[in-house]
Ligand binder design. Structure first.
Ligand SMILES: [Zn+2]
Length: 212
């Protein structure tokens, strides 16, 4: 059976083998035979489609091996595309990993898990910005603000994430998409201001100093 290697849009695992299990001829193509071919992910069994043009007799599903490397076929279109996660740059590895988990949970419609993970991102980020301080998340956010490390607006955002993430963890009612999505957006903004922008400024400064 034919196969292709792709990042999975369903389970998000990288470089997965998708195996063809069915194809149907597209009647819109008279000269070059074109087949809508169905694949399944080797990890989660999720479905994937590719429109494949044939340059030889046969069916895509019957060609053995990697379809991308087979000169008798060319892939014209494929879907669903994996959602690419836009992770803020210059994050410490652990914070990046928690942020990706929050974003992937949202993509997978696990809104409660996403909200709790957003709060965890904030908690770990606040600790990382001010490792010497102790206390609960509320007082750590207040300390960051009083030390001038975060602005008034950022402090307010941080408290929104703290409050809402806490609610998601303890309330009996499940949270919805809008709630989890907004929480993740706040979390992303917080990371952009606290990790990404300072590093970008630092790099820019280094560049202009070098050019003097
Ligand atoms: Zn998968």
């Amino acid at each position: 059976m034919g196969s292709i290697t792709r990042d999975c849009p369903h389970c998000h695992s990288r470089n997965n083998t998708f195996t063809a299990f069915a194809n149907i001829k597209d009647p819109n193509y008279q000269t070059n035979q074109t087949y809508l071919t169905a694949f399944s992910c080797g990890s989660c069994c999720g479905g994937y489609f590719a429109k494949i043009k044939l340059h030889a007799a046969g069916y895509p599903v019957n060609f053995p091996g990697d379809i991308d490397k087979n000169g008798n076929m060319s892939i014209m279109e494929e879907y669903p595309k994996p959602i690419t996660l836009e992770t803020p740059q210059y994050l410490p590895t652990n914070i990046e990993s928690f942020f990706i988990q929050a974003a992937e949970s949202l993509n997978n419609k696990n809104f409660d898990a996403s909200s709790m993970m957003s709060r965890k991102v904030l908690e770990v980020a606040v600790k990382s910005l001010n490792p010497s301080e102790s206390g609960n998340l509320y007082s750590r956010i207040e300390q960051l603000h009083s030390q001038g490390k975060i602005t008034d607006d950022l402090k307010d955002w941080a408290h929104i994430i703290r409050d809402d993430g806490n609610e998601a963890a303890h309330e009996a009612e499940p949270v919805n998409l809008a709630f989890a999505d907004e929480l993740l957006s706040f979390t992303k903004l917080f990371l952009l201001y606290t990790f990404t922008m300072p590093e970008m400024v630092k790099n820019k400064k280094g560049l202009s100093e070098n050019s003097l």
